[in-house]
Design a protein around this ligand. Structure first.
Ligand code: ATP
Ligand code: MG
Length: 465
């Protein structure tokens, strides 16, 4: 396209004062300046933009000189972050102001090669962007108008994610764009244009050339921000990206389960169904636990013969096997340790919740004291409603929580190490199991310290001969 399509912007445009101030300041100094990218897309869709990006003909030094507070974090790429004065613009976020720049070459498929930065005009700046709906320019000054070099308006109306230019070339330049396409389709509820999708399928094998951190970031955003995380999983699967990033989830396809417990279908279908039922804005922890809870099933699946001769699929120790797998998968995606620990715990524990009615009080109270409990209850709920439908355990747990609610879930132990020393024992690793056993008695209702100490001999190791 040599001339852009220009059309009136919708009225009213709900842009906060600070981004408007940034734009007006640049223009007042004689520069060209537009809103661009996600904020324009979201305003035109009636969504609230997360942040505002500005593109301008002003060079980075000129941008810096126009604003009192700015950060040169991205200056090497022609980007200056302009920071609001909190007295004038209370509560407002910084705005990224980027000088129009041309497409760079990407030797590594991700970072523009050093020294290839070239400043240019609005058209070229727009053409280097990823998708047509992310490349609209907005002038918010009345009469507000949108400038479209790439057919983004039509794709927005058709709810389509379409690569700008030749899709396979654009995905080869920066492979992360393949995951971004799936993310935008999943969060906006858009389709992916067939040519764009075909290029992703052809190039999906190259996604692991991107750093694990960036893959994780996109994957978590897909799982937690998608309108329907189950549909998002299907899109990842159909694109070929799932097989590359999470082969352990692809392996769930065709892993059959006993129909009396899982009338919905195989392990993939069950997992996908649960993702579809996630509450809005789930935590990464919950989303990952749902995605991975049955990851131990494919490697443990065995066809067992029941006493009456019928065959039945079994998944012996799948939760424990899954827990180990989760540690490997999330470490591979460079997830923070606390997240790895929580998700691993939730996956390892997910079958135990069903045993709650048969647990001794001490064990039950520990179960209810886990910091992950809220998410575990959601996981369990989804696991039930997306299979056999029996939710009786949740009723039992709710009742148990109410019963324990009047007292701290885990009271301070009455007997401590120093009491064992006072009773004549020598401190050492043997203390832990003894204290644990006495604490269990306490949790089961013994509230008298002397009575607990009186039972100490039951837990002492047998005396050496
Ligand atoms: P959101 O912030 O809601 O996730 P966004 O569209 O604002 O979406 P950003 O990652 O903030 O996405 O990037 C801002 C803009 O920069 C995009 O709209 C797009 O025009 C451009 N862009 C970002 N990443 C790339 C990329 N990898 N390749 C090409 N253009 C990109
Ligand atoms: Mg953005």
């Amino acid at each position: 396209m040599t001339t852009p399509e220009t059309f009136p912007a919708p009225d009213p445009l709900l842009v906060p004062p600070f981004p408007l101030h940034v734009l007006a300041t640049l223009r007042g100094a004689g520069h060209e300046a537009w809103f661009v990218g996600g904020c324009v897309r979201d305003l035109l869709l009636g969504r609230t933009p997360k942040d505002y990006d500005v593109v301008t003909s002003a060079r980075p030094d000129a941008i810096e000189s126009l604003f009192k507070h700015s950060l040169p974090i991205g200056k090497a790429f022609g980007i200056i972050t302009v920071v609001p004065d909190s007295a004038l613009f209370p509560g407002e976020a910084p705005v990224e102001v980027a000088t129009f720049r041309a497409e760079s070459t990407y030797a590594d498929g991700r970072h523009p090669d050093p020294g290839t930065l070239r400043f240019t005009d609005a058209r070229e700046d727009v053409l280097r962007r990823d998708f047509t709906v992310n490349a609209l320019l907005l002038d918010p000054v009345p009469p507000a108008r949108v400038c479209d070099w790439v057919g983004g308006r039509a794709d927005l109306a058709a709810r389509t994610v379409r690569a700008i230019g030749e899709p396979s070339r654009r995905f080869s330049e920066d492979r992360l764009r393949m995951l971004r396409a799936v993310r935008f389709a999943s969060t906006l509820g858009f389709g992916i244009e067939p040519g764009t999708f075909g290029a992703i399928r052809a190039l999906a094998g190259g996604i692991l050339g991107i750093s694990a951190e960036r893959i994780r970031e996109e994957l978590l955003r897909i799982l937690t921000e998608a309108r329907d995380a189950g549909a998002a999983l299907d899109l990842l699967d159909a694109s070929g990206l799932l097989r590359e990033i999470l082969p352990e989830i692809s392996a769930m396809h065709g892993v059959e389960q006993p129909p009396e417990f899982h009338p919905e279908g195989d392990v993939y279908v069950h997992t996908r169904l649960m993702l579809s039922r996630l509450p809005p804005h789930p935590s990464p922890r919950l989303a990952l636990a749902v995605l991975l809870h049955d990851v131990g099933k494919p490697p443990t699946a065995r066809l067992a013969t029941l006493p009456d001769g019928t065959l039945r699929w079994r998944f012996e120790r799948h939760a424990a096997v899954g827990e180990e797998m989760v540690r490997g998968i999330l470490a591979r995606l460079r997830c923070p340790n606390a997240l790895v620990d929580d998700v691993a715990w939730m996956v390892g524990n997910h079958m135990r919740l069903a045993d709650a009615p048969r647990m001794r009080p001490a064990k039950l109270r520990r179960l209810l004291a886990a910091p992950t409990l809220e998410d575990e209850l959601v996981l369990h709920h989804l696991d039930c409603v997306c299979s056999h439908g029996d939710r009786s355990i949740l009723g039992f747990l709710a009742e148990a929580r109410a019963r324990f609610a009047s007292e701290p879930v885990l009271p301070a132990p009455l007997v401590m190490g120093r009491d064992l020393v006072a009773a004549g024992l020598t401190p050492g690793p043997g203390f832990k199991p003894i204290l644990q056993a006495l604490y269990d008695l306490q949790l089961e209702g013994e509230t008298d310290k002397a009575a607990l100490l009186a039972r100490l001999p039951e837990f002492l190791p047998p005396a050496a001969p």
